[in-house]
Design a protein around this ligand. Sequence first.
Ligand code: ZN
Length: 199
Amino acid sequence: MAETPQDIEELIGIMARLPGLGPRSARRAVLTLIKKRGALMRPLAETMARVAENARECVNCGNIGTGDLCDICLDVGRATGELCVVEDVADLWAMERGQAFKGRYHVLGGTLSALDDVGPEDLGIPKLRARMADEEITEVILALNATVDGQTTAHYIADELAAASVNLSSLAQGVPIGGELDYLDDGTISAALRARKRL
Ligand code: ZN
């Protein structure tokens, strides 16, 4: 096999670190990009540079946007009093694809984990408490993954909010054990939201 120039190897190496891509897929992707340099590679490179420059975390909810506040937090129509707690931005985006939820979100950025030394302060749980009052939240929907850590975190938050006068619920069946929201189809997410259980 002919040698591949170093820059191209480097690009393949970087691409191979993306979720869902291994060395093989990265090689194929890079080959496609090079073949479609004008139509695909240059627009991709330019868009990536722009996003790398502008993307940031919303200071209120943790969503990714391009300003201090994300579009959802800026939208007064979404101040419905409902707050959906998710582990990761990917879960928030999955919920948005389902188009069933009209309130706002709180992104934890992970789950409680004694093993990895992740405590409530690391997950923005104090910030969650503050938002209860500031945004007149009446219902908190826990949309955490059905993993052990996800459920431990859900119980912790439920205990934390027990004293607050809010309705607490969690997504209904349909979220497979160990399954992450991002892998569910939009209809399943909507159904799980509609059939949410009161805690
Ligand atoms: Zn936000």
